[in-house]
Design a protein around this ligand. Structure first.
Ligand SMILES: *[C@@H]1O[C@H](CO)[C@@H](O)[C@H](O)[C@H]1NC(C)=O
Ligand SMILES: *[C@@H]1O[C@H](CO)[C@@H](O)[C@H](O)[C@H]1NC(C)=O
Ligand SMILES: *[C@@H]1O[C@H](CO)[C@@H](O)[C@H](O)[C@H]1NC(C)=O
Ligand SMILES: *[C@@H]1O[C@H](CO)[C@@H](O)[C@H](O)[C@H]1NC(C)=O
Ligand SMILES: [Ca+2]
Length: 299
């Protein structure tokens, strides 16, 4: 094949056709046919086939691209959507975590408030109890006060009340010192008796109510002192008997070393109130002058 011939168009074909003497022929069987028109026909057919093929491929490709384009858009849209969804999910998780954190804090705050409330309640309860106690104390004090006033009215002027007994201490008189016998007579004259100390409670009450001597300033024996009361061993030495004829029970509340019957003539008992209510008695000469203590039942 010669490119010169291949590129000739209809004009050159017509020109060659017109010049019959120069046209070459091929022999087919018994006939000889002109060569060029056959080649041209073949080329034309080929051309057409190629064109058709191109068109078909083009259509297919077009269809393929038409199919893939929307798919790609959809996929991209889907990717975008998934990304947005991921972002949204992250946001949602974050929000949930924040909410949980807030809830936790709220719970802690709630616990603290609850604790405080309980503490407040405990405090308030204890205050309430204290208030009630104070009320009771106040009532008791008021009744005590009225009781004291009442009882004071039950003892004579110049006498004092201790628990259930009225006492008279001679220090309140112009002539506060007498011997034991005269002291006893004075009490009888007052329609009373020299005090008989019947119990530890009575001993304690007298310890609380009588004037005290501070032995660190002056030893109790250094000067005649003390208060006569209703105990004597005048009838039988060492056998201490109360004025109601009852014998002293137990050890009594003697100062250590007492009674010592010093000089063989100490048969009467006297009180010396110092620091210890269990060490407050001593024996002395019944003829000596001392203060004295009378007792009587309240009116
Ligand atoms: C507890 O008492 C305090 C003061 O006493 C008060 O400020 C606080 O609010 C109280 N708390 C509660 C939970 O009642
Ligand atoms: C004095 O003592 C006697 C004998 O114990 C007794 O009977 C009398 O009631 C007493 N007097 C007073 C006022 O306590
Ligand atoms: C008060 O006197 C009563 C009766 O004598 C006695 O039982 C009680 O112990 C005394 N109480 C005090 C505190 O002296
Ligand atoms: C105590 O006894 C004496 C002698 O035994 C008696 O004279 C006196 O009346 C008695 N006193 C009382 C209060 O009983
Ligand atoms: Ca008594």
């Amino acid at each position: 094949m010669i490119p010169h011939d291949f590129s000739t168009d209809g004009n050159s074909l017509h020109h060659n056709t017109g010049n019959k003497g120069s046209v070459r022929t091929i022999r087919v069987g018994s006939r000889s046919l002109p060569l060029y028109p056959l080649v041209i026909l073949c080329l034309g057919l080929l051309n057409t086939i190629l064109l058709l093929t191109a068109i078909v491929i083009g259509i297919y490709c077009g269809q393929a691209s038409e199919v893939s384009a929307p798919d790609q858009i959809t996929v991209q849209a889907l990717i975008v959507e998934v990304k947005q969804l991921q972002v949204m999910q992250t946001d949602a998780i974050k929000a949930r975590e924040e909410a949980q954190q807030a809830l936790k804090e709220e719970l802690v705050r709630h616990q603290q408030l609850k604790l405080q409330l309980e503490q407040n309640k405990t405090l308030s309860d204890s205050l309430q109890k204290q208030l009630e106690t104070l009320h009771i104390e106040k009532a008791t004090l008021q009744s005590d006060t009225s009781g004291t006033e009442e009882s004071c009215g039950r003892c004579l002027p110049g006498w004092f009340l201790a628990n259930t007994t009225c006492y008279f201490h001679s220090r309140s008189t112009s002539d506060p010192l007498k011997n034991w016998h005269d002291s006893r007579e004075d009490c009888i004259a007052r329609e009373a008796n020299l005090t008989v100390i019947d119990s530890w409670e009575e001993q304690l009450n007298l310890f609380e109510n009588l004037p005290r001597l501070d032995p660190s300033i002056r030893p109790w024996w250094s000067k005649p002192g003390g208060v006569w009361f209703g105990l004597t061993d005048i009838h039988s030495e060492g056998n201490w008997v109360w004025l109601n004829n009852e014998t002293l029970q137990g050890e009594g509340y003697w100062i250590p070393g007492e009674p010592n019957n010093y000089g063989q003539r100490e048969d009467c008992a006297a009180l010396m109130i110092m620091r210890n209510p269990r060490a407050a008695w001593f024996d002395a000469d019944c003829k000596g002058d001392k203060e004295w203590l009378c007792e009587m039942e309240p009116n």
